[in-house]
Design a protein around this ligand. Structure first.
Ligand SMILES: NC(=O)c1ccc[n+]([C@@H]2O[C@H](COP(=O)([O-])OP(=O)(O)OC[C@H]3O[C@@H](n4cnc5c(N)ncnc54)[C@H](O)[C@@H]3O)[C@@H](O)[C@H]2O)c1
Length: 315
């Protein structure tokens, strides 16, 4: 009997924090996966996947039309993750932020055929400051270049049918490409390695999702595309809405460290909101990793992580 071809998925930015977790999940589920990534962090996170015949890698830039055309050839789905991620990185080079987050998204969307389904990794930062509970219909008012570039990219994606837009909570947890700039990851690192954390805007409410659950949410979107398409979803869980103080105190349940609250410092995205995740829950998706298990994982992983200070005489 002739074997049917597996469905092929292009993941842009697939060597990043989320992509490195998602790629093996999709391969394991039988999909063929092509990654397009310029490896801007010199990461080698995808090495374990090259043994799989269903895996393909293109080193290239999502801003390059010829490269994108080649990457799109023959794919059924596009999971678009490539980006300049987070406000500090966008603030450092705003031009690059809009080129990659917005212009490259427009390019990919223009070049994809309507049959090629796209799932776009957007962010809760598109909401900006919100009063009350935030749903997908809450007015967007981004206060950072990161949030604005992602919101404008969402508009570009919506110009063609066959899309799903995911607005994620803040990721946390380990990944082959660790990110210490994410709030929980940063708090745990400080508590473990520096034994101290000074928290500003301690009462600000934020919402979180483990990196594995971000990966699972994309697998869910591919499998349920027909019933989920042409919609925006907040991705996370109400059970993962916490204040910064909650997080800092939760870490103290695991290890002792000095915790101080300060009245200086502000979050560049001014995110202080509670988010409703009813819409994605109604499609059958829920989280698998809670805060407790995520902190435990980070503490375990960070024992093995050594980041040296180049200006210290002693390592
Ligand atoms: N991690 C989170 O908390 C979170 C939350 C909300 C949304 N997102 C979104 O999910 C996506 C992935 O985030 P992440 O946390 O994995 O970030 P990341 O920075 O680890 O990954 C981004 C990837 O894109 C690649 N890349 C950057 N510029 C490129 C270019 N010009 N051409 C090709 N590749 C390029 C990088 O090399 C990297 O592998 C992003 O679009 C981000 O906005 C992430």
């Amino acid at each position: 009997m002739p074997q049917s071809q597996p469905q092929k998925i292009l993941i842009t930015g697939g060597a990043g924090y989320i992509g490195s977790i998602l790629v093996p999940m999709l391969l394991k589920d039988g999909y063929a996966v092509r990654v397009l990534d310029n490896l801007m962090y010199r990461q080698h996170t995808l090495f374990p996947n090259f043994i799989d015949k269903k895996f393909e890698f293109i080193k290239g830039d999502v801003r390059n039309k010829e490269v994108v055309k080649k990457a799109l050839d023959g794919v059924d789905y596009i999971i678009h993750l490539a980006g300049i991620v987070g406000e500090p990185a966008c603030k450092k080079d705003p031009e690059l932020c809009y080129e990659v987050n917005l212009n490259a998204t427009k390019l990919i969307n223009d070049l994809r055929s309507e049959n090629q389904k796209i799932i776009f990794g957007s962010t809760g930062s598109v909401y900006g400051k919100v009063d009350g509970i935030c749903t997908e219909t809450t007015a967007t008012n981004p206060v950072s270049d990161y949030g604005l570039s992602k919101l404008q990219a969402e508009s570009a994606i919506k110009t063609k049918p066959n899309y799903i837009i995911y607005r994620f909570a803040t990721g946390f947890g380990l990944s082959p490409r660790p990110r210490l700039d994410l709030m929980i990851n940063d708090f745990v690192y400080r508590a473990l390695k520096q034994k101290v954390n000074i928290v500003y805007e301690a009462h600000f409410k934020r919402t979180f999702i483990h990196s594995v659950d971000v990966g699972r949410s994309f697998v869910h979107a591919v499998k349920n595309f027909g019933k989920m398409k042409n919609e925006i979803y907040n991705v996370g869980s109400e059970e993962m809405n916490f204040t910064k103080e909650d997080i800092a105190k939760k870490i103290q349940e695991f290890i002792p460290y000095h915790l101080h609250f300060a009245d200086f410092g502000t979050d560049p995205d001014q995110r202080n909101y509670e988010v409703s995740y009813t819409k994605i829950k109604n499609t059958g998706f829920d989280l698998s990793v809670n805060l407790h298990d995520g902190i435990r994982e980070l503490l375990g992983g960070y024992q093995a992580l050594h980041i040296s200070n180049p200006f210290s005489n002693v390592d």
